[in-house]
Write a protein that binds this ligand. Structure first.
Ligand code: FE2
Length: 288
């Protein structure tokens, strides 16, 4: 833990649109809320999906995500509460728990399972999908677990705690940095009455999602379980958020790829032919 001064930015971004997630289920029957859906992939390029999971009811998570493939993008799983065991086709295995994060570059292919390692209690977190540039979609897969203690964290004079999962915020470098899409991923905890600012390049697509309390952004309130898509205003050099009650949110931003997006379930490529190839590779055991 260290301290950092929350910079003053010249002009904050505003909220362009508020989004309510869609209740769905995935894997072998895990209840979750899909916040970033397919129709927002263009607007929030390079991000493809954001799911929030959070339940005290084991029936809603115990089935987990048995073996399934991915190709063409990166998955970032951030666990707020709970324990999830990860195993993949390259022989990697890891346990994701309270406050930890797993970053996986699926690249040309990974087959993995994500299974709860708890039979009761709260399981809560997020899975975010980040696209890969066309040139890197068939790169070798890579993954790393980041236990909570290894995620850089700082506290401002206002008592705001910021966990820097990816990118850089107020001079603090995150657990992961990536070229090309330059992802910024922050988990921000605001005490009542606090405000916080961080820089975001104006051309990067960005959103926030409030998971406790309520976030104020330039006069707009982003309630709990709502996503606020942030407007790309020329000259806006960052964001200022504030809260009148204890509030927690994630802030996600990245540099758009502006490349064609063709998705078929867990495969995200640039053309239909590449999707057919992925399916063919998967069915014939050549994906991973
Ligand atoms: Fe997965």
């Amino acid at each position: 833990m260290n301290t950092a001064t929350s910079i003053s930015i010249h002009q904050t971004r505003t909220v362009e649109h508020l989004i309510q997630g869609v209740a769905t289920s995935d894997g072998a029957g895990v209840s979750l809320t899909r916040i970033l859906t397919g129709k927002l992939q263009r607007r929030l390029d390079p991000y493809l999906m954001l799911d929030a999971f959070g339940s005290n009811d084991p029936d809603e998570y115990i089935a987990g995500f048995p073996d399934h493939p991915h190709r063409g993008f990166e998955t970032i799983t951030y666990m707020l509460h709970g324990r999830m065991r990860h195993r993949d086709s390259a022989g990697h295995e890891g346990l994701l728990e309270n406050g930890g994060m797993q970053w996986m570059v699926a690249g040309r292919g990974a087959i993995h399972s994500e299974m709860p390692e708890q039979e009761d209690g709260l399981m809560e977190g997020f899975q975010l999908w980040l696209n890969l540039p066309a040139a890197n979609k068939m790169a070798a897969p890579w993954y790393k677990d980041f236990p909570s203690s290894t995620i850089p964290e700082y506290t401002t004079q206002d008592g705001v705690t910021v966990r820097v999962i990816a990118g850089e915020s107020n001079g603090v470098s995150g657990a992961v940095s990536r070229e090309v899409t330059e992802p910024l991923y922050l988990d921000i905890h605001l005490p009542a009455g606090a405000s916080f600012s961080t820089a975001i390049p104006a051309t990067h697509n960005a959103f926030i999602y409030t998971y406790r309390g309520a976030t104020q952004v330039a006069g707009t309130q982003v309630d709990m379980q709502r996503m606020g898509i942030l407007k790309n205003t020329e000259g806006a050099d960052g964001i200022t958020v504030s809260a009148t009650e204890p509030t927690r949110l994630i802030l996600v931003a990245g540099k758009p790829l502006n490349e064609p997006i063709v998705q078929y379930g867990p495969f995200v490529m640039n053309t239909q032919e590449e999707i057919h190839q992925a399916l063919d590779d998967f069915r014939s055991g050549r994906l991973a």
